[in-house]
Design a protein. Structure first.
Length: 89
């Protein structure tokens, strides 16, 4: 039972990290396209939504499907290092 809780905590941390990265990317996208009428976006809100959605879609597999389980495996082996997980991905 403790392994399941630990796995859920690792996956929740990976999901929260992904949401934080997507939020930062959305803020950067909105700032880059603020008041710039010569782009494909209708406004900074569209740019923010595009960057947020893109980051979530492209980040789900590396962060949640691969990174979380690999980190959990290393955590069970007593060698938890995010550098190992990043190098394996």
């Amino acid at each position: 039972m403790d392994s399941i809780r630990l796995f859920v905590r690792v996956e929740a941390t990976a999901a929260l990290s992904l949401l934080l990265a997507a939020t930062v990317m959305a803020a950067l996208g909105a700032a880059l396209f603020f008041g710039n009428p010569g782009t494909a976006f209708q406004g900074s809100g569209d740019a923010a939504a595009f960057y947020f959605t893109s980051t979530l879609l492209f980040g789900v597999i590396p962060a949640i499907a691969l990174g979380g389980p690999i980190y959990f495996f290393f955590l069970k082996q007593r060698e938890p290092r995010w550098l190992y997980v990043i190098l394996l991905e």
